[in-house]
Write a protein that binds this ligand. Structure first.
Ligand code: NAD
Ligand code: TYD
Length: 351
């Protein structure tokens, strides 16, 4: 595979920033281009430690803007793409589905077309890697696991838009021989995650002694993976995954929301020097999310057996590191939660 010019989209976001850092540090011989439009979720502060590296380049652009995407592909001749840019929050997709159609579907098509446009006559050594989610498979009951052949059955506008983009990537592979690989990962957690998702939102609320809004009865289950382990998996799939294949990535780590929140409260109390039980008093059951998927759980045996990947940290360790990061980066938290965040929060959690 040619890897001279690697385009990473969404590199200023949560997972993207960890992938960019890993690639910039581990592969000094590659030129890494981080393309991001810097939405509310994109933050260049996430990459401060590597922004001066010679093989790192930032391109501010919107994947919805077909013309500038085509121009950038012509200018930089990206050999491969790792596509993470997306609208990523389910609750926002319930309020504004069209934004998800634009970025997640049309934006992905713009990238596919631009990639096809420059390489169509010689795809040799090229790769389009689409980063997706386990949410495309819909929901599980009390038992079973999602495998790579589980039929797609998305339930939220977010997961429907991601499912659609997965289908388009696959279809470009079938129709135009575009060399692609897809991975579908479970819920990520770790440093730099925007505090609208469960774990960073609750850490921030505990710090600020605000209620912890648990949706419904809290008996929903997610499979949690430390973001650094996801970045390691992306590195492996990018380099060693087979064209036309999908890889499921998960933490072998299922937690009911309410149990996870209790563990988080316990760790926070210890770190803040609170009496045991202080943070749990903030737990407040609120109106459920519409169409709330009961359970996600990934069978990650394919990536384990074919590429030798497995998670490197336990959930307790990963959560503890994550909390430590937020506690020592409160400026980052204050920065991202000022301004528009307040309006979002009021609308989302009004009773
Ligand atoms: P995020 O919301 O933290 O970051 C998304 C990034 O994309 C931001 O930097 C944002 O500025 C950028 N972006 C959004 N719209 C854009 C546009 N139109 N043009 C250019 N840039 C744009 O998301 P994340 O949690 O890091 O997720 C990254 C990818 O991984 C997404 O594709 C998501 O579907 C997938 N994923 C996320 C999880 C998870 O738990 N967070 C799990 C599995 C898969
Ligand atoms: P989230 O972090 O939004 O990820 P996803 O919807 O992609 O799984 O939510 C994780 C779980 O936590 C999900 O079951 C919804 C629940 N949740 C709450 O109970 N309260 C909240 O305030 C949020 C944001 C999520």
């Amino acid at each position: 595979m040619n890897k001279n010019n690697v385009l990473i989209t969404g590199g200023a976001g949560f997972i993207g920033s960890h992938v960019v850092r890993l690639f910039v540090n581990k592969y000094p011989e590659y030129q890494i281009y981080n393309l991001d439009s810097l939405t509310y979720a994109g933050n260049l502060e996430n990459l401060k430690d590597i922004e001066e590296e010679e093989n790192y380049h930032f391109l501010k652009a919107d994947i919805n803007d077909e013309e500038s995407i085509n121009k950038l592909f012509k200018q930089y001749q990206f050999d491969s793409v790792i596509h993470l840019a997306a609208e990523s929050h389910v609750d926002r997709s319930i309020k504004d589905p069209l934004a998800f159609v634009k970025t997640n579907i049309i934006g992905t098509l713009n990238l596919l077309n631009a990639f096809k446009g420059i390489w169509e006559h010689d795809f040799d050594g090229k790769r389009f890697y689409h980063i997706s989610t386990d949410e495309v498979y819909g929901t599980l009951g009390e038992s079973g696991l999602f495998t790579e052949i589980t039929p797609y059955s998305p339930n939220s506008p977010y997961s429907a838009s991601k499912a659609s983009s997965d289908h388009f990537v696959r279809a470009y592979g079938e129709t135009y021989d575009l060399p692609y690989v897809i991975s579908n990962c479970s819920n990520n957690y770790g440093q730099n995650q925007f505090p609208e998702k469960l774990i960073p939102l609750f850490i921030n609320n505990i710090i600020n002694k605000k209620p912890l809004p648990v949706y419904g009865d809290g008996n929903y289950t997610r499979d949690w993976l430390y973001v650094i382990d996801h970045a390691r998996a992306i590195d492996l799939v990018f380099h060693e995954g087979e064209n036309g294949e999908t890889y499921n990535i998960g933490g072998f780590n299922e937690w009911k929301n309410i149990d996870l929140v209790r563990l988080l409260c316990k760790q926070m109390d210890e770190k803040l020097g609170n009496a045991n039980g202080t943070s749990e008093e903030l737990i407040t059951y609120v109106k459920d999310r519409p169409g709330h998927d009961l359970r996600y759980a990934i069978d990650a045996s394919k990536i384990n057996e074919k590429l030798g990947w497995e998670p490197s940290v336990t959930f307790e360790e990963g959560l503890s590191k994550t909390i430590d990061w937020y506690l020592s980066n409160q400026e980052w938290l204050n920065h991202v939660t000022s301004g528009a965040y307040q309006t979002y929060y009021e609308k989302q959690y009004q009773s």
